[in-house]
Structure formats: C-alpha cells, structure tokens
Design a protein around this ligand. Structure first.
Ligand SMILES: Cc1cc2nc3c(=O)[nH]c(=O)nc-3n(C[C@H](O)[C@H](O)[C@H](O)COP(=O)(O)O)c2cc1C
Length: 174
C-alpha cells in the first residue's frame, strides 16, 4: 500500500538516454512496465502488473496535477507534467512524463501510455518545486480535497494568465 511505505528522502536518478514506460487499461491499472520502470521504481514485474498506477504516488505530488491528467485523458488528450514518484523502498525520483490515450480503430480509448524522461534540473528546482509547494500548501489548507484542488487550480490558472501562456506552452517553455 502506498501510504504504508516509509519515505527515505533519498532521490534516485536514471540516465538521459533511458525512457521509463508503462501502459494502463482505461481505469489506470498497469498492464505493461518496461525494465527501466522496474529498475528505477525498485519493483518486480509481478508486483506492479494489475495494480492501480497510484501505487507509486508520492504524497508531495499536488492532487491538482492528477485531476488535470485524468480530465485531459478522458477527453482523449495528452498531457506533459513533471512528476515525483515513490519507489518500493520509499526512495523517490523525478520525471518529465508524457501521458497519452491509446485508441482503437473506432477512436475509442482502450488504455493509456506513459513515457518519462529525465527532467530538466534547473526547471525543476527553479519553477516546478516552488509551484508544487504552493499548490500543496493550498490543497493542505483547504477543508477537503475537492476544495483544495479548486484552490490550487485557481492559483495555477492565475499564474498562467499572468504569464500569458497555456499549461502546455508553460511546460515546453521550461
Ligand atoms: C498511463 C498512466 C501513467 C501514470 N503514471 C503515474 C505515475 O508515474 N505516478 C503517479 O503518481 N501517477 C501516475 N498516474 C496517475 C495515477 O493513475 C493516479 O491518478 C495518481 O497516482 C493519483 O492517485 P490518487 O488519485 O489515488 O491520489 C498515471 C496514470 C496513467 C493513466
């Protein structure tokens, strides 16, 4: 269970030429994981197959980012995001993730697919960490998860509006 694993505070790294890949069914249950995912996440294949993808969720990831992710995926859209994940040993690692639906020939969503690469360190430290800290603060101060997500969403929208960019442009500009 994700919340029973004690976090070590130790960051794990992977190489620039590596890609961490998983696929899920339409409910977000893992149906495929490549060797790099298993190595970095410190899991065996049999520990992840058939498990919900939130098994590697790190508590310091703002809920808003996953709310945005699922809202986009359900509309058939892709999303790029900086994501912090937890390993089976309680270590953590950062990725720049691309998550996208897979369609059948009738254009129905049959599952989802994520490729993750090494994130840009400067973007992470200078932009993403302070942003996620702010989103987490807003979510944690709220009386319930839903209003926390709303408060975080209002903040992110205002920040993007001030910069004059959409979310995708913002991520690509980092
Ligand atoms: C293809 C795909 C890949 C995903 N990859 C991750 C991931 O690497 N880390 C993560 O925490 N959630 C990932 N998610 C999102 C999870 O399904 C889930 O929404 C998230 O962990 C938040 O879980 P929670 O709502 O139980 O807090 C992925 C979802 C899909 C469809």
């Amino acid at each position: 269970m994700p919340n029973t694993i004690r976090l070590t505070g130790i960051e794990k790294f992977f190489d620039e030429d590596q890609v961490i890949v998983t696929k899920t069914n339409p409910l977000g249950v893992i149906t495929y994981a490549n060797k790099t995912f298993l190595d970095v996440s410190e899991y065996r294949e049999r520990d992840v197959m058939g498990k919900p993808h939130n098994m590697i969720r790190h508590p310091d990831m703002p809920r808003l980012m996953f709310s945005k992710l699922w809202s986009r995926l359900k509309r058939g859209r892709e999303m790029f995001a900086y994501v912090l994940n937890r390993t089976s040993l309680g270590n953590h690692y950062w990725v720049l993730a691309h998550v996208t639906p897979s369609f059948n020939t009738d254009q129905q969503i049959v599952g989802f697919h994520s490729n993750r690469r090494v994130p840009d360190r400067a973007a992470l430290n200078e932009v993403i960490l302070p942003l996620y800290q702010k989103l987490n603060d807003l979510e944690r101060q709220a009386p319930d998860p839903e209003s926390g997500i709303t408060a975080a969403d209002v903040y992110l929208r205002k920040m993007l509006q001030e910069k004059g960019v959409g979310y995708d442009q913002f991520i690509f500009s980092l």
